[in-house]
Design a protein around this ligand. Sequence first.
Ligand SMILES: [Zn+2]
Length: 174
Amino acid sequence: MENKPDIIATIEHEGFTVKRKGHALWLSCPFHEDKTPSLKINPDKQTFYCFSCNSGGDSITFIQKLHGLSFKDALQYLNIEGNHPVKINPKERTKRDLLKAFRLWEKEYLRQLTDYYREIHDTLRQYSTMEAIELFAIDLHRLPVVEHRLEILFNGTDEEKYELYQGVNVNGKI
Ligand SMILES: [Zn+2]
């Protein structure tokens, strides 16, 4: 698996102290009563192995064994999804999803308003009499609103856009 969390960083993150003896890295094994560090870490292979209780594996196995998690839950614990690490906490993910939805709406709503705006003007051009214009007076009445919203979408701040986003019925209504 690519982007697997570093074995030493993972172990140290869990509050353990890795002891260095020469080139070798040792840890008091958390998987059995260990008086002398008997768990050896191989940073090149990104693995660990305990010579007393034979526990071994990689950073994911370490987290699985330590917290009694399934492989999938360990990935979640380590913020890994498949081969792609997700280095954000759930709160930030929700925020990111909201922002994504907002940006999507912004694009879609701008398209809707632009179409609507064009439609009103096309109709205005086609109808020559006041009577005919009155037929779509409701649409015409909305023109300043549409213009105002287009102005926000084109030149407004994100705060103004977000306010609009919250106030507008997104389901196709303008
Ligand atoms: Zn052990």
